[in-house]
Write a protein that binds this ligand. Structure first.
Ligand SMILES: [Zn+2]
Length: 155
């Protein structure tokens, strides 16, 4: 029994009572949440071209909110960090399962493979370089135009 208890010590910390990490995170207050939410406001000017990425940044904010709340809860209930770590593993597992929604970023153009700039990586849903993006938009405009031409003709 004593051996089992000794094993729970790591670098002089008792893993069943130590809560340094939770204290540190709880001390940060709502700042981590503000840091992830403020960029969310900048999505507005990209409109529907950035809907998926805007949602992704919202999912990230929710994850940060849950993690910081868990740290605060652990401090209030005087729970050890080990509960916090277990919760964190759970959150990371969920994020991994829905990773396509939470991290839809690509560093290279989906069409030509060119390196993308920060704004495209962070905001644009299509993950296309400016050149390919323009080409796509022109194609869409042509499609729209031909659809209108194919429509029923007025007598
Ligand atoms: Zn491209």
């Amino acid at each position: 029994m004593t051996n089992a208890i000794k094993k729970l010590y790591y670098n002089g910390m008792n893993l069943l009572t130590d809560n340094t990490v939770c204290l540190w995170i709880a001390d940060l207050g709502i700042w981590p949440l503000i840091v992830v939410l403020v960029p969310n406001l900048t999505f507005r000017r990209y409109g529907k071209d950035a809907l998926k990425k805007r949602l992704a940044s919202l999912y990230q904010a929710i994850a940060v909110f849950l993690v910081t709340s868990m740290a605060v809860l652990c401090v209030e209930r005087e729970l050890a960090d080990i509960y916090f770590w277990s919760f964190l593993v759970l959150i990371i597992a969920v994020l991994w399962i829905i990773r396509g929604k939470v991290f839809p970023y690509r560093s290279k153009c989906a069409e030509c493979g060119e390196k993308l700039g920060f704004n495209t990586i962070y905001y644009m849903d299509d993950n296309l370089c400016p050149g390919c993006h323009e080409k796509h938009q022109e194609e869409h405009q042509e499609e729209d135009a031909s659809l209108q031409n194919d429509g029923p003709e007025a007598p």
